[in-house]
Design a binder for this molecule. Structure first.
Ligand SMILES: C[S@@+](CC[C@H](N)C(=O)[O-])C[C@H]1O[C@@H](n2cnc3c(N)ncnc32)[C@H](O)[C@@H]1O
Length: 271
């Protein structure tokens, strides 16, 4: 089994995605979506961005490597009565089956960054975008002090070293890497621009309950706990994550959690 697919099918990302809906909808509101726009949401999960894009009238295809998330996305499309939204399984490193120059907008929010072979991913995103179309990515930033970068950083210290040649997903949060990947795919450097945005995680429970949700349902954190348990360090990992979530929580109510996280927003115009 492809380890990338196994990682995301191991848990149930819908449980984390449920805490990200407001920010997903707000981000989609900034994308200039009009009725009939052809949108690909790559690494779409269960549709945190795909669904609001379809609600604005776009014709949306969500592609994700995890079968369980594709199924969850299609269920949500049906529940919302959205005939212009569908989800299918696919790998961002090889979008065989999707025609060249098809989409007006390719969006990938914390999605394609998790695929291996980043140069192939950039090439595929450019290939399926129509001339004059855009690619918008949201990528977590390495060593950023906010939530997700810190979860991944802490988790990595409990994991065995990655295999030789492994390229960290976090390199998608470094502007020079992003430019190198898109210019190699034929995009002029001047067509790649960057901004910093914030996503808000809103969880209906205390910060330590939110840590539990990551431990039980978020593939990368599940793997970190599996590795830490083998070495007898699971309680250290737990303590570090509890302290992180507690310190980042901005909610005034003790039984809800609200945590902002900064990401790199990448916009690419395809000629
Ligand atoms: C952090 S989740 C984000 C999901 C969604 N974009 C959202 O904002 O809720 C990462 C997603 O990327 C997907 N993914 C990881 N590697 C992928 C690949 N090679 N091709 C397509 N999807 C991939 C995972 O299955 C998962 O749904």
């Amino acid at each position: 089994m492809n380890p990338n697919k196994a990682l995301w099918e191991k848990g149930d990302f819908t449980r984390i995605a449920a805490t990200m809906r407001e920010s997903g909808e707000a981000l989609v509101g900034t994308l200039g979506i009009k009725k009939g726009l052809k949108v690909l949401d790559l690494g779409c999960g269960d549709g945190t961005t795909a669904l609001p894009a379809a609600k604005l009238g776009a014709d949306v295809l969500g592609v994700d490597i995890a079968r369980n998330l594709v199924d969850a996305g299609n269920r949500r499309a049906q529940e919302h009565g959205l005939a212009n939204l569908r989800f299918q399984e696919g790998d961002a490193t090889d979008l065989t089956g999707l025609q060249d120059k098809t989409f007006d907008l390719v969006v990938s929010i914390f999605g394609a960054m998790f695929a291996p072979k980043p140069f192939d991913v950039a090439k595929e995103m450019v290939r399926v975008t129509r001339p004059g179309g855009r690619i918008v990515m949201g990528n977590w930033i390495p060593n950023d002090p906010t939530l997700v970068a810190q979860i991944l950083k802490i988790s990595a210290t409990y994991m065995p070293p990655p295999p030789e040649g492994f390229v960290s997903p976090m390199t998608w949060g470094v502007e020079t890497n992003v430019i190198e990947r898109f210019t190699r795919a034929g995009v002029p450097q001047g067509n790649v621009s960057f901004g910093r945005n914030t996503y808000q995680f809103n969880f209906p429970g205390a910060p330590s309950d939110f840590v539990d949700t990551f431990r039980c349902f978020y593939g990368p954190t599940m793997n970190a706990f599996d590795a830490a348990e083998k070495n007898g360090h699971a309680s250290d990992l737990r303590k570090e994550l509890d302290a992180l979530f507690e310190s980042q929580n901005t909610s005034q109510h003790k039984d809800t959690t609200s945590i902002p996280a900064t990401f790199l927003r990448v916009t690419v115009t395809v000629n």
